[in-house]
Design a protein around this ligand. Structure first.
Ligand SMILES: Nc1ncnc2c1ncn2[C@@H]1O[C@H](COP(=O)(O)OP(=O)(O)OP(=O)(O)O)[C@@H](O)[C@H]1O
Length: 612
């Protein structure tokens, strides 16, 4: 794989850059549009509170912060939590306890505040649901029977109303249906799969049955798989918050961290296991975990999980271990992107599923302003520096806004981080060659603003919910347009605005068409030079991957293309999906374009991609 200019040794450009440090660039500095004419209060929205801000606060939105001392409702026999028989079970820490804990979890008053999510941006969101007997959507959490304890936690999180994906996905999942859900980045998919799982466990009182046959084996009833360690940790923290005082126990297992500790956690009993695939296989092979009680399976970033890299492991976990079959367990797949061939693969794991697309189109929301600039490889560092200087100059008190810089290679990430630091910028880096403690430290210092610039490979492109990321820079563009979607989705989350800047160079020609189309669909200004590249580009750079070459974008139920025959017995039968319907034949697929009337474009208009 050819290196990029992120890979260049620091010394190559070091001299020039150090000069720049003292004499500012002579050409007019680029001012990102979202920073132009900003007033101070608006700019502040992009700044991270200083690390100790809020740490003295002793309440969160009126909720008592000290642990109430109330006992957890045990799901299993043998006392609260049903855990370790050797010692009295300890109360789980209150995840709503102290502010620094909250900030560790990426929860701040701001992002818990209903003011933190602008529901107006969701008003005209187009929604499409296909499948048989689709349960109706809800408008409020109160309309769904989620149980008192979970409702209380939802209130503690200050989720006043469900996001669009939650409005549709939660009733579908509560009804026991399998689901493939495609919704834009930062739109609340985590809660959309966590709430039904927690509510379902609470209702059925399906607890861990351990130890069995003399072994200390954990028998989770729900398994949530995600592609990266950091994302698994994040989902674990979210799930813990949501299940506080519900009696539902959540554990996490991921690589790079001591396995012994994770095994001890599992031995204490677990209802919901959040895991990365590799570590889960390891634990299962050590007979520390059995999947035979799994009732709920959720794949977050499902298209990534079924992509070439992960598919064998996922098949092993889902098909070759002791997990119940589709139709017996309930399976939920979530992502912002679902290419057709991945949908085909995914349908192996599903039974009588509903396909849901929640996306925004047109000019109703421009949460992420996308900019593409033509930058020669050799000029990228200088260009980045110009952007960063400008941000700093425009930030309140000269503060740097949180900026996430994506590069192609791990070496490139290290090299660019060093170069930035040498040039006076507080930067850190995260990539797969760093140790887990290093990765966690990088993420922490980025989140709390100590190093407001983080250079990252795609390890940080999916799922991470880092409040206040104002700017995503694609220093190196990815090869696949879906990766671009996820990367820029690290900003502009939960109704907030953000900026994404891409450095396009000659080598990115194959991506030009997909990028131009995507920007156009999102009502972004497409530079004329990019349109020209796009015209010349014969390969769609991922667009064809998404759409089967038909020009459709984003979430589209591939079953309507008649792919349902052959190789997938599910489509010829009801496969025990529980609804009694046998609608999955070669007949046109039932579909409900629920809310897209204002767009009038039907399928062509559906965007579920994190910006518009
Ligand atoms: N109903 C709600 N009200 C207010 N905030 C919400 C609600 N649901 C989720 N959020 C917040 O929105 C943010 C984004 O949610 P989440 O991380 O689940 O997005 P996502 O759709 O999974 O994104 P990605 O595609 O990047 O993984 C989180 O900070 C979460 O706390």
């Amino acid at each position: 794989m050819p290196g990029t200019w992120a890979d260049w040794p620091d010394t190559v450009t070091g001299t020039a850059s150090q000069t720049q440090l003292h004499s500012r660039p002579t050409r007019p500095s680029y001012v990102p549009p979202h920073l132009r004419n900003r007033t101070a209060p608006e700019t502040e929205n992009y700044l991270v509170p200083s690390s100790n801000e809020g740490s003295n606060s002793n309440s969160l939105g009126g909720f008592p912060l000290k642990h109430s001392g109330s006992r957890e409702i045990g799901l299993r026999g043998g006392g609260a939590g049903g855990g370790d028989r050797r010692r009295a079970p300890r109360e789980p820490p209150n995840p709503f306890d102290v502010s620094d804990q909250l900030s560790e979890m990426g929860v701040s008053e701001e992002n818990c505040d209903d003011g933190g999510i602008n529901f107006d941006t969701y008003e005209d969101i187009p929604v499409e649901v296909s499948g048989s007997d689709v349960p109706p959507a809800v408008n409020s959490f109160q309309e769904i029977d989620l149980g008192d304890a979970l409702n209380q936690n939802i209130r503690r999180c200050k989720y006043v109303k469900p996001t669009p994906v939650q409005r549709y996905a939660i009733p579908i999942s509560i009804a026991g249906r399998d689901l493939m859900a495609c919704a834009q980045t930062g739109s609340g998919k985590t809660a959309a799969f966590c709430f039904p799982i927690i509510a379902g466990i609470m209702k059925s009182r399906l607890g861990v049955q351990w130890p069995q046959r003399g072994g200390r084996i954990a028998y989770p009833v729900a398994l949530i798989l995600s592609p990266t360690r950091e994302l698994s940790c994040q989902i674990h923290e979210e799930a813990k918050k949501f299940s506080y005082q519900t009696g539902v126990k959540v554990a996490v297992a991921y690589g790079g961290a001591p396995i012994q500790r994770q095994m001890r956690d599992l031995e204490k009993g677990v209802d919901i296991l959040v895991a990365t695939p590799g570590r889960l296989v390891d634990l299962a092979e050590r007979s520390k975990v059995s999947l035979q009680m799994i009732k709920y399976l959720a794949l977050d970033e499902a298209d990534r999980m079924l992509d070439m890299g992960f598919e064998p492991q996922i098949r092993k976990i889902v098909e070759q271990m002791d997990m119940p079959q589709p139709g017996i367990r309930q399976t939920m797949l979530f992502s912002a992107t679902f290419p057709n061939e991945i949908q085909r693969l995914a349908s192996d794991f599903l039974s009588n599923y509903i396909f849901l697309t929640v996306g925004r189109v047109g000019s109703s929301t421009d949460l992420i302003a996308q900019r593409v600039e033509f930058v020669q490889e050799m000029d990228k560092r200088k260009h980045l520096m110009d952007l960063l200087y400008t941000e700093r100059a425009n930030g309140t008190n000269g503060k740097q806004v949180l900026t996430l810089v994506f590069v192609e290679t791990k070496r490139g990430a290290d090299s660019l981080e060093n170069w930035l630091c040498m040039n006076g910028f507080s930067a850190t880096a995260i990539h797969g060659d760093r140790t887990q403690p290093e990765r966690e430290q990088a993420l922490r210092s980025f989140k709390n603003g100590v190093t407001p610039i983080m250079v990252a490979t795609d390890v940080a492109s999916r799922g991470l919910d880092i409040p206040h990321v104002a700017h995503v820079v694609n220093f190196d563009l990815p090869k696949d347009i879906d990766d671009y979607v996820h990367r820029i989705g690290r900003t502009g989350r939960a109704g907030k605005t953000g900026l994404a800047t891409a450095f396009f160079s000659e080598g990115n020609q194959p991506l030009a068409k997909a990028l131009a189309e995507l920007m156009q669909e999102a009502n972004q200004e497409v530079p004329s030079w990019l349109s020209q590249y796009a015209e010349r580009s014969s390969y769609g750079g991922g667009r064809s991957r998404r759409s089967g070459g038909s020009g459709r974008f984003g979430g589209y139920d591939y079953r309507r293309d008649g792919f349902s025959s052959g190789g997938n017995s599910y489509y010829n039968s009801d496969a025990g999906g529980g609804s009694g319907s046998s609608s999955f034949t070669s007949t046109p697929y039932p579909s409900f374009n629920v809310q897209a009337s204002s767009y009038g474009n039907g399928l062509e208009s559906i965007v579920a991609s994190g910006w518009d």
